[in-house]
Write a protein that binds this ligand. Sequence first.
Ligand SMILES: NC(=O)c1ccc[n+]([C@@H]2O[C@H](COP(=O)([O-])OP(=O)(O)OC[C@H]3O[C@@H](n4cnc5c(N)ncnc54)[C@H](OP(=O)(O)O)[C@@H]3O)[C@@H](O)[C@H]2O)c1
Length: 300
Amino acid sequence: MKAVRFSRFGGPEVLEVVDLPDPHPGPGQVRIAVKAAGVNASDWKKRSGLMDEELPRTLGYEAAGVVDELGDGVTDVAIGDRVFGFSGRGAGQAELAVLETYAPIPSSLGFPEAAALPAAIETATRAIDQLGVKGGTALLVNGASGVIGAAAVQLAVARGARVIGIASPANRDYLRSLGAEPVAYGAGLSERVRAVAPEGVDTALDVAGNGILPELIELAGGASHVVTIADFAGARETGVHFSRGEDGRAIHALAEIGELVDSGRFSLPVAQTFPLADVAEAHRVGENGRPRGKLVVVID
Ligand SMILES: NC(=O)c1ccc[n+]([C@@H]2O[C@H](COP(=O)([O-])OP(=O)(O)OC[C@H]3O[C@@H](n4cnc5c(N)ncnc54)[C@H](OP(=O)(O)O)[C@@H]3O)[C@@H](O)[C@H]2O)c1
C-alpha cells in the first residue's frame, strides 16, 4: 500500500509517498480502506523533528474510510461499514490504516468531513470535560474560530453552557453562527470580556496559545478554572493544566458526535483537500497560511 512517510527531519520536501507492507488489525481493531485523513499541526512539528526523534515515521492520527478487515472480537461494525477514528500507530495517511478506536460516520457526512473530526472533537471534549463544563457554565474560549476552538464552542453550547469566544474581528459573525458571543483579541481584552460578562466567567479554555493565561486566570477566578492545549510554557509558569492525550483521551466523543452532526448542531469546515501525493503542499498551506478549517488528504 502507499503511505506518507519521512526518513529525515526537514521541510515539506522530506515527505514521500512510499510502498509499505499492508497492515492488519489486532484484537479489537479494524482495518479501513482510507478515503480521507486529517492533517494536523503535530504532523509538521514531527516532520521538523520538534516532537521526537523517531525515524522513519509515518503520519496521520485520524482517518475515515470503509472497513475491509476485522480484528478478533470486533462485533460492532462489519466489512463495508463507513467508519472514522484514530490510528494509534499514527499511520492514517495511507491507502490502508488500522484504527484502534472508531465509530460509524454520521450519515450526513462525506469522508473528508468525517476525517476532519476525530482529533478536534476528542481534544475539545477532553478539555471541556476537564473544566467540568455543563449546563449553565459560563465558558470563555480563546481561539474560538480555529478548528479545535469551533469544536469546543459547539460542544459546550450543546451541553447548555454560555460561551464567550475570543477571535479576530473578522470572525465575529462566524462565532455567532457557532453559538458564541464574540470578543476580539488584543489590548483591552479583559475589559471587553467584562463588558459582556461583568462577573467574569466560570472557566476558560486556551486554544490559541498566545500568552494570555494570566488574563484568563483573572477572568475565570483562578488557575484551576483554566485549561490550555497550546501554551506549554505558560502552563508551567502559571499552574494552569496543560491538557494532552496522555491525560486519557475522550474517546466517547466519537460515538456522541453523530447525533449532534445529523441534527445540524455541529459542523467543522474542511478548508482544503489534497490528493495523497500532494501531502507536502498540505503542510505548506498549514504552516504558512491561516486556513479557516481543516486540511484533509483524500484517496480515490
Ligand atoms: N494539547 C492537545 O491535546 C492538542 C491537540 C491538538 C491540537 N493542539 C494544538 O492546538 C492549537 C490550535 O489548533 P487548531 O487546529 O484549532 O488551530 P487553528 O485552526 O489554526 O486555530 C487557531 C486559532 O488561534 C487564533 N489566533 C491566531 N493568532 C492569534 C492571536 N495572536 N491572538 C489570539 N488568537 C489568535 C485564531 O483566531 P483568528 O483566526 O480569528 O485570528 C484561531 O481561532 C495548535 O497549537 C495545536 O498544536 C493541541
